[in-house]
Design a protein around this ligand. Structure first.
Ligand SMILES: *Cc1c(COP(=O)(O)O)cnc(C)c1O
Length: 432
C-alpha cells in the first residue's frame, strides 16, 4: 500500500531520503557483517497493531490489560526460541543485543567485580568494554590473551590468568567472530573458578541455531545473548537464551530485562522474532551452511588476488565474517569509502595489534550473510572478489566499477531461506 504524500516539506524530505536509500541498496552489495534482510512475513508484522501497544512483565503477569492475545504470542515466541536453540530458557524481550548485554551485566556483576572479555582490537563489541555496558555496571575488565595466528583466545595463557584472578564472569563472543570460542577447552577451568559463563552470540546466532558453528549451551555457557538481525535474519532486536546453572541465575536475568532495563519491549518486533525463529527452524541449517561456504570462498578468492586476509592458518573463517588488513591499500577508512562509492557497503575495523584508531583502523570487516540471503553461491564470490581487486588494488575509478556492481546485483533481488522466497528484497518495500 502506498500513501499519498502530503504537501509538507519535512515529511517529504524524510520519505524521499529513504526512497533514495532503498534504491541505493537495491543496486549495492551489502556486506556489513552485522546486517541482514528480514523476511517478508516478519517485516509485515512490524506494522501490525502491536506497534501501538504495551505489555510490561511476563505473559499472565502483566501490569496493563489488553494483553490477552499478546500473551499467547509471547508465550509461543519463547517456546519457538527454546525449540530453535534446544534450550530450557529463553527471554525474547530485549530490544537489542546491547540491552540484552546490559541486562546480563547487571544480573551477573556487582560494582567492582572482575570480569573477563576479549579486547576491542581482538574483535570485542563495545558493549563488553569498560566504556560500554561492562563499565556502566562498574565492572572491572580484564581481557583474554590473544593468539593472533589462530585469531582466537590463547587458551593456555588465558587459563593461567583466569586461575590467578578468578573473575565472577567470563564473557565470550565478538563482533569479529571468525572461529568458535574455546568454551570446551576452557570448560574445566571455568567450572573450577565457578564463574558465570556468558556467550555473546550476536553475530553468529543464526549459525549456531543452524547447527554450523558451535553449541555454546552444550559447551558450558549458561546464557547466550544475541541480536536477532545479524546471521539470524530477523527484525532488529535482541534475545537471551539460557541453560542456567541454577534457578537464581535465570531469575536474575529476567529481573534485569524487566523492570531493570526495559519497559515496553516493542511487541511488533517480539512477534516478528517468532516468525524469524520459525523460519530458521525450517531453513536455518541450509542457510548457515551456505553462508559459511560463501565466506570461505570469498576469503580464499581475496587471498589469491593479493589481499592480506587474516586467519590464513585455519582457512580464514568458519563463520560469515572475514577481516582484511588493508594497510597496504591505504587503510580501513579510505578503502571502505572507495568501496562505498562503488556500491559495496562494508566497514572499517580494528585488527589485532592495530596501530591505528577506531576511526582510522587498519582493517576491513566483511560479511557474506546478506549476499547469501539474496541467493549468491560460491561461484559468485570470485566475481565479488574481482570487484574488490579492481577498486582497492588496481585502483580503478570506483564510479566506473559501480556499473559492474549494479549489473551483478541485478540477478540477486529476492530473499531466500524464508517462506515467500519470490518476494523482492528491496523494491517491494518502497514507500514513495
Ligand atoms: C552487534 C553486537 C552487539 C549489539 O547488538 P545490537 O543489537 O546492535 O545492540 C552485541 N555484542 C556483539 C558481539 C555484537 O557484535
Amino acid at each position: 500500500m502506498t500513501l499519498e504524500l502530503p504537501d509538507n516539506e519535512d515529511v517529504r524530505y524524510i520519505y524521499e531520503q529513504i526512497d533514495t536509500h532503498t534504491d541505493w541498496f537495491h543496486d549495492s552489495l551489502s556486506m556489513i557483517a552485522s546486517e541482514n534482510l528480514v523476511s517478508p512475513l516478519a517485516r509485515q508484522l512490524q506494522v501490525s497493531d502491536l506497534t501501538d501497544r504495551y505489555a510490561e512483565g511476563l505473559p499472565g503477569k502483566r501490569y496493563y490489560n489488553g494483553n490477552i492475545y499478546v500473551d499467547k504470542v509471547e508465550t509461543r515466541v519463547e517456546e519457538i526460541a527454546k525449540r530453535l536453540f534446544k534450550s530450557p530458557e529463553a527471554d525474547v524481550r530485549p530490544i537489542s543485543g546491547t540491552t540484552a548485554n546490559i541486562s546480563a551485566f547487571f544480573a551477573f556483576l556487582k560494582p567492582g567485580d572482575l570480569y573477563f572479555a576479549p579486547h576491542l582490537n581482538d574483535g570485542a563489541h563495545i558493549s563488553s568494554a569498560k566504556f560500554g555496558a561492562g563499565g556502566l555496571r562498574g565492572g572491572n575488565e580484564m581481557t583474554y590473551v590473544w593468539d593472533k595466528e589462530n585469531m582466537n583466545i590463547d587458551i593456555d595463557a588465558s587459563r593461567k590468568l583466569l586461575l590467578e584472578h578468578k573473575p565472577k564472569l567470563c564473557l565470550f563472543g565478538r563482533s569479529v567472530f571468525l572461529f568458535p570460542a574455546p568454551l570446551k577447552e576452557l570448560q574445566d577451568t571455568l567450572q573450577e573458578i565457578d564463574c558465570h559463563v556468558w556467550y555473546d552470540g550476536a553475530h553468529v546466532l543464526g549459525l549456531i541455531a543452524g547447527g554450523k558453528f558451535q553449541d555454546p549451551l552444550r559447551e558450558g555457557a549458561h546464557v547466550i545473548t544475541g541480536s536477532t538481525h545479524k546471521t539470524l535474519p530477523g527484525p532488529q532486536g535482541g534475545v537471551i537464551i539460557g541453560n542456567p546453572k541454577d534457578e537464581d541465575q535465570w531469575k536474575a536475568i529476567r529481573r534485569r530485562v524487566f523492570p531493570g532495563t526495559h519497559s515496553s519491549h516493542h511487541l511488533m518486533t517480539m512477534a516478528a522474532k517468532g516468525i524469524a525463529f520459525a523460519e530458521h527452524i525450517e531453513f536455518g541449517a541450509e542457510y548457515a551452511d551456505q553462508i559459511i561456504r560463501n565466506a570461505q570462498a570469498l576469503a580464499q578468492a581475496l587471498h589469491e588476488m593479493g589481499f592480506d586476509v587474516l586467519g590464513e592458518k585455519l582457512g580464514f573463517t568458519r563463520s560469515h565474517a572475514m577481516v582484511l588488513d588493508v594497510t597496504k591499500q591505504g587503510g580501513g577508512a579510505p578503502c571502505a569509502l572507495d568501496l562505498e562509492t562503488s556500491n559495496i557497503i562494508t566497514n572499517k575495523n580494528l585488527i589485532p595489534d592495530d596501530t591505528g584508531t577506531a576511526m582510522r583502523p587498519s582493517g576491513l570487516r566483511l560479511g557474506a550473510q546478506e549476499l547469501t540471503r539474496v541467493g549468491m553461491k560460491e561461484s559468485n564470490m570470485s566475481e565479488v572478489a574481482e570487484l574488490f581487486k579492481r577498486i582497492l588494488i588496481d585502483k580503478e575509478d570506483p564510479l566506473k566499477v559501480r556499473d559492474d556492481v549494479v549489473e551483478l546485483k541485478k540477478d540477486f533481488q529476492n530473499i531466500h531461506y524464508c517462506f515467500n522466497p519470490e518476494e523482492e528484497a528491496y523494491k517491494k518495500w518502497r514507500i514513495v
